[in-house]
Design a protein. Sequence first.
Length: 103
Amino acid sequence: MKILKIAIPLLLTVCVATAAEFEVVQKGKLFEPTAIDAKVGDVIKFKNADPFAHNAFSEDGENEFDIGMQAPGEDYTITLKAAGTINVECAIHPSMQLKITVN
Ligand SMILES: [Cu+2]
């Protein structure tokens, strides 16, 4: 049983290291942060901290997505599928811009 006490924390550490999660807060009609450097397989979590609806979408190739109407307080996650640059916008507020660089 001693080996399990060593192996389990080690396994958890390896899992955490392989895929990172980035949190993007939508607040004051802005994405925060406005730029992210990530890797394929990483997760981006969009968190609407405004008292009104937002959206997030991208039309960039394999990373294309559209989270639809995101109500206040709602979270939505996407997984990065391919290397490249993802330009994320909000369909409701065109001035909202986020650039994700996927390596
Ligand atoms: Cu918005």
